[in-house]
Design a binder for this molecule. Structure first.
Ligand code: UDP
Ligand code: MG
Length: 311
């Protein structure tokens, strides 16, 4: 009988966690196979841990990894994958935006022999226009930037087989974009469509700041195009500068025009300064990530484990 591991990251989810446990274990009791649920408490500051702890005493299949502080959603998922024992591992959000019932569809596809089954959002309910618009644009932009085929409109809600999970465990990079890594590893991949529900309660734990960080990680992990683009832009402006230089020389010596045009100078300086700063910023993003890698710190620190045997 197959064992399925469900990984659920939790960050200040006291309002949803009990309902989440109820719905998820309801679905898992019905499937053909054994299960474990690994909650990764990502440094919650509310009663999340307390609530989960009580549930774990009642049901030994519910397990917890608790971080020493907030390490972020992507790291939490990674920790869950590292500790999962299952023949297949399913990652989902705690807020029930990813309906637990879809797990059955994921498992059905897995049984057909796919190693990665990702859930594509055909519709998103109860999210702001801003969030939907920015993420739509981002997924397409990322696709344009990257050399690998990362499916659009797909979050981290997916199933991966033991084979893929083992490969994921061997990828130790720090600024992780997990959904990109899963595409990168290859294997037989399939999609299942679902309607993304409204958050059950509470509010999003992904403010704009974290979304921007995630998108930067996505781009810089899978593409060096921004660096190439800055080189190309550099050539372009240099060429334009050269042409303008000829114009200036002609004006001075052939047509004998005197100095004028403070405005055009100011515009040029501002424009070039701006472009240079943006490009430097991009280079900085890459260097910062090289710096992160070189420190070689552990990805996360576990403070407490519940129902998980020591390894
Ligand atoms: N989450 C986390 N650490 C964080 C932020 C979020 O573990 O720093 C978890 C959160 O508890 C939830 C999942 O990641 O289970 C997705 O977060 P959320 O639903 O707030 O994101 P959204 O659906 O709004 O993009
Ligand atoms: Mg959510």
């Amino acid at each position: 009988m197959d064992l399925y591991s469900v990984v659920i990251p939790l960050y200040n989810e006291e309002e949803v966690v009990l309902e989440c446990i109820r719905r998820v274990s309801g679905v898992l009791e019905e499937i053909d196979g054994d299960y474990e649920v690994i909650f990764v408490n990502d440094g919650s500051r509310d009663r999340t841990m307390e609530l989960v702890q009580k549930e774990c005493e009642k049901n030994r299949k519910l397990k917890v990894l608790s971080f020493s502080r907030n390490f972020g959603h992507q790291i939490a998922i990674t920790a869950g994958m590292d500790h999962a024992q299952g023949d297949a591992v399913i990652v989902m959000d705690a807020d029930l935006q990813d309906p637990p019932e879809v797990i059955k569809d994921l498992i059905a596809k897995y049984k057909e022999g796919y190693d990665v089954v990702y859930a594509v959002r055909s519709k998103r309910k109860g999210e702001t226009f801003f969030k939907k618009f920015t993420s739509k644009v981002f997924y397409r932009f990322l696709r344009y930037m990257c050399n690998i085929d990362i499916p659009v409109d797909t979050g981290d809600f997916r199933l991966i087989s033991r084979k893929v999970c083992n490969v994921m465990k061997s990828l130790t990079e720090r600024n992780r974009y997990v959904r990109g890594l899963v595409s990168w590893v290859g294997f037989k991949q399939a999609a299942v469509e679902y309607v993304r529900e409204e958050r059950f309660a509470g509010e999003t734990k992904y403010p704009l700041r974290k979304m921007l960080k995630l998108s930067m990680d996505g781009i810089t992990s899978f593409s060096t195009k921004p660096l190439t683009m800055s080189k190309n832009l550099g050539f372009l402006t240099a060429a334009a500068g050269f042409i303008y230089m000829i114009v200036v020389v002609l004006q001075k010596f052939v047509f004998g025009k005197t100095v004028q045009g403070w405005a055009s100078l100011a515009v040029l300086i501002l424009l070039l300064g701006g472009i240079q700063l943006i490009m430097l910023g991009f280079i900085g993003e890459y260097i910062a990530r090289i710096f992160d890698e070189s420190k070689n710190r552990p990805l996360y620190i576990i403070e407490e484990k519940i129902n998980i045997e020591k390894e």
